[in-house]
Design a protein around this ligand. Structure first.
Ligand code: SAH
Length: 542
């Protein structure tokens, strides 16, 4: 085991999902923030476990040619961005590599390369900001949380935001400090202002300001409005009431203090209405490219019915409407569904229908009512598809499934599940919607029995032939890869089988209990047990 505070020398070989460097020392994976693959470093261990550790770079002995000076002065402290220490070439390389590795390891593919739609501009692209506010010595300030904490790191000028957005933040803070508006304190659950939320239409330039408050009333609203009205594009001011403890930024109640309570923007040639709660991709240019790729892959014809699950305000649904016979969107947030219906009307689209509900349950309901879409688009949140959605897809058997994903690991898991139901992965494209940050979007096309010129690739290992694997949703290899990726631990088939048995799951014949009573098997240590349980939860097995 590595020793805390001791300094070791190692080469950075890889990255974690969060963009930290990974080096191996004495067989142990060490996670290093701000490290770049290929660099030889001296590192100090900060936390040591049996098979993994985290540390800090003490000295870079061999610098990567991709290392660069951080353009953002608070990048090292602020938890908002991950990659200001490297050039954009390395950032896009590692993102494409991550998508490929996930699809190969967790999705059972054998891709040699995944193309990535790189962004033309890494700065000023984010059309939404959520600044937490804090106060020290009687002065209130706004910024972003330090990574892994709720300490606010003050940020004067955030480089991935347009300048107008920071101007709004400054105007609000000026008002807060002048009128001594109290600032929320998590520890005491007292104080009024929690977050400044700003959304700006990339094309329209319209600005929505939403102040998240631990209460229903703001003092001196006129003075605030006087400041905001001086900012070009300012359209509406909304108060979001959030009196709950916890991490959710927005509350459930919204009070419009000025303007219509929403803004408009243009995307894929259509006009969209956007409320504070509605999901809208933060990078307009790259979202448009992602959607164009999704539309192309969907291969829609005029007679097709398209089902768009997790449709938000109907961006993809409506962008596909003109090519299709009929489009149906499903979304769980009522306000977003209202926006989606309004968006259909304002664009004169009359072949679109929207349902509010859980994607899986709604899809099963549609299937029971005889709806058989030709193409299904899914764009779920990070946790990916739930069991109902997979089941509904399987029963509806669309010709094509276009899967837009913000988490390559859950995407790969779902690809594996859909392959078990007769689908084949036809293409995968990564898209960088979050330059300088570790998130990456992916769009994949899966199809069923349509592309006969291509050979269907069947790959399996003897281990995967154990049918209990399929009944239990994830293979031993998938669990191992997940555990390695998320906790840096290596776990054996034996350990997985022990935990599966503990959870009352079927275990294949190779992993049965030892025959002799006195035979000794190593027992899964608790740290690995927790990691395996996490993986099994993730794969919906427990
Ligand atoms: N396709 C849209 C939205 C994608 S974000 C776009 O690109 O703009 C994912 C959306 O799924 C969000 O709008 C979220 O509110 C919604 N969502 C989350 N869980 C859901 C569920 N269980 N059922 C249906 N929609 C869900």
């Amino acid at each position: 085991m590595l020793v805390k505070n001791q300094v070791y020398e190692a080469v950075v070989t890889d990255y974690t999902a969060e963009g930290q460097g990974v080096a191996h020392v004495e067989g142990c994976a060490v996670f290093l923030p701000n490290a770049i693959a290929g660099e030889r470093v001296r590192l100090r261990i900060e936390k040591a476990q049996k098979t993994w550790a985290s540390g800090k770079i003490v000295e870079i002995l061999e610098k990567s040619p991709h290392r660069c000076n951080r353009a953002c002065p608070v990048a090292k402290l602020c938890g908002g961005c991950d990659f200001w220490h490297m050039d954009y070439e390395e950032e896009t390389r590692l993102k494409a590599e991550r998508v490929k590795t996930c699809l190969n390891r967790l999705g059972g593919e054998a891709l040699t390369e995944v193309p990535i739609l790189a962004a033309p501009d890494c700065r000023g692209y984010r059309n939404k900001a959520q600044y937490p506010v804090a106060a020290k010595k009687g002065r209130a300030y706004a910024g972003f949380f330090r990574a892994g904490t709720h300490d606010v790191v003050e940020n004067q000028r955030c480089l991935i935001l347009p300048e107008e957005t920071d101007t709004v933040k400054d105007a609000v803070m000026d008002y807060v400090n002048q009128f001594r508006v109290s600032v929320y304190d998590e520890a005491t659950h007292k104080g009024l202002l929690r977050h400044i939320y700003v959304r700006r239409g990339a094309v329209s330039g319209q600005i929505l300001v939403c102040l998240v408050c631990n209460g229903e009333k703001l003092p001196k609203v006129d003075a605030l409005l006087a400041r905001l009205k001086r900012i070009p594009g300012f359209t509406t001011l909304v108060l979001s009431v959030n009196t709950k403890k916890g991490n959710a930024v927005l509350g459930d109640e919204f009070i419009t203090l000025y303007g219509p309570g929403y803004i408009e923007d243009t995307l894929c040639g259509l006009n969209f209405r956007l409320s504070p709660r509605s999901f809208y991709q933060v990078n307009h240019h790259q979202a448009q490219r992602l959607y164009e790729t999704a539309i192309e892959q969907a291969g829609i014809t005029k007679n097709d019915t398209v089902l768009d699950l997790y449709c938000g305000v109907g961006t993809i649904t409506l962008a596909m409407a003109s090519a299709a016979g009929k489009v149906i969107g499903v979304e769980v947030i009522p306000q977003a569904v209202e926006d989606a219906r309004d968006n259909a009307r304002r664009n004169g689209i009359d072949n679109a229908e929207f349902f509010c509900g859980d994607a899986g349950q709604a899809a099963l309901e549609l299937e029971r009512n005889g709806v058989r879409p030709d193409v299904v688009v899914v764009d779920p949140p990070r946790k990916g598809l739930n069991a109902d959605t997979i089941e509904a897809l399987s029963r509806m058997a669309p010709r094509r499934i276009v899967y837009v994903s913000c988490d390559p690991a859950t995407l790969a898991r779902d690809v594996a599940l859909l392959k078990q139901r007769g689908y084949t992965l036809q293409s995968a494209t990564a898209a960088d919607l979050f330059p300088r940050c570790s998130h990456v979007e992916t769009v994949v096309l899966l199809s069923k029995g349509e592309i006969d010129s291509k050979k269907v690739r069947v790959e399996f290992s003897l281990e995967d032939m154990d049918m209990s694997d399929f009944q239990d949703k994830a293979t031993y290899t998938q669990i191992k890869d997940y555990v390695l990726e998320h906790s840096g631990l290596k776990v054996s088939n034996l350990y997985i089988s022990q935990i599966k048995r503990k959870c009352g799951l079927e275990v294949g014949k190779n992993y049965n209990l030892p025959k002799a009573e006195d035979s000794r098997q190593p027992q899964c240590p608790s740290e690995k047990e927790n990691a395996i349980r996490e993986a099994m939860k993730y794969f919906g097995m427990i």
